[in-house]
Design a protein. Structure first.
Length: 112
């Protein structure tokens, strides 16, 4: 996390769908107040660039629909669309499904 926050792999992008997923899971597990607190921290963090996704939807759906057996969720497809559009070359994730996309390097130590 410290490497990520220092910018070792470039700008940290937070697509709105990931924001939605994170806050939904936190709300389900810890309550809405905690989810709102985390959401505010993420939106105000100077190290994080929030990425509205409405304009990524069609690109994400194409990736999602054409992924073959990669096993991506729709949110994962949005991450790939955002990375492609921004020119990002790395992704920090615990999800091994991203290894099916060789244009993105999964940051070492982030996969489970």
């Amino acid at each position: 996390m410290s490497d990520l926050l220092r910018g070792r792999w470039g700008q940290v992008l937070l697509p709105e769908y990931v924001f939605l997923e994170v806050t939904t899971v936190i709300a389900a597990r810890r309550g809405v107040a905690k989810a709102a607190e985390v959401g505010r921290v993420l939106l105000q963090a100077q190290e994080v660039e929030f990425v509205p996704c409405s304009d990524l939807f069609l690109d994400a759906f194409t990736i999602f629909a054409e992924q073959g057996e990669a096993g991506l969720s729709f949110v994962d497809a949005v991450l790939i669309a955002a990375a492609r559009r921004s020119g990002a070359k790395c992704i920090a994730t615990f999800d091994r499904d991203f290894e099916a996309f060789p244009e993105l390097k999964v940051i070492p130590g982030s996969t489970a």
